[in-house]
Design a protein. Sequence first.
Length: 319
Amino acid sequence: VQSIAVLTSGGDAPGMNAAIRAVVRKGIYHGLKVFGIERGYEGLIHGMFREMNLGTVADIVHRGGTMLMTARSQEMLTPEGQKKAAEQLHHRGIDALVVIGGDGSFRGAQTLSVQSIPVIGIPATIDNDIPGTELTIGFDTAVNTVIESVSKIRDTATSHERTFLVEVMGRKSGSIALQAGLACGAESIIVPEIEADLDEVSSKLLRGHQRGKNHSIILVAEGAGSAYKIGEELRLRTGFDTRVTILGHIQRGGNPTALDVVTASEMGACAVDLLRAGKSDQMTARIHQQVIGLPLEVAYGPGKPFNQSLYDLANQLAI
Ligand code: F6P
């Protein structure tokens, strides 16, 4: 390959900028021309390209968001859109594409690979729901943002002796709730992967109260149902004063953690190496502290296994 392009697609995730920087700089290091495409597949279809140089990615390694901007493209779901997207690359003589995003973005990439464009996916989503990789870019930062927010909520929860339900993102995955819940010592963690027994949660709250606990924090993954409904059920069962905080998009912003920046940098570099080695239809994956290439299909395979032992541990520690 001599000329490659990079785009970010789907929901943004802290660390995407570090991944863009790594693709651009590693590409330039090896003498490639690197183009950035703005607004994800929308920009690809409509020709929003710009040639990148060392300076265009200066001062972004530590910033949240994505300097290339992102979009969820409806047009890329149509055969016409997919054809236009491939034509834009062929027409400019661009040999290959790196897509930074979630599994929906990888599906878009595969429609280009069947049109003879080598593609590599870099998993970036705060949800950490992509099979094959232990970590997706942005997850660690989002978890840390939740921990920071819960610590603030705990101050007011204690003062008012309240039970707080904190709803976190993650789509169908309970990963953010689980990891953050364990790290901030939540009394209960409610995730879509495991049906919640609200009687059991209520008994735990009551037991804690009898022991002299004056407040509780329950983390609810958005995919497990409405935190408002769950809060009302718990209020009816326990008589405790409950409040709900939905953290929302705050979880998608902020400077990435060191782990996210390092992972993003390794994945960006790995994507360029895979293309230079003539590979296509691969995604970068972090397994046992190493970043490697795996077939893109892995991302659509059976869902990522739920970390049951971590969930059990969180419950044992919040007895
Ligand atoms: O996939 C990332 C994510 O933040 C999910 O956790 C959440 O359900 C969704 O995106 C929100 O999407 P939007 O930014 O379109 O509101």
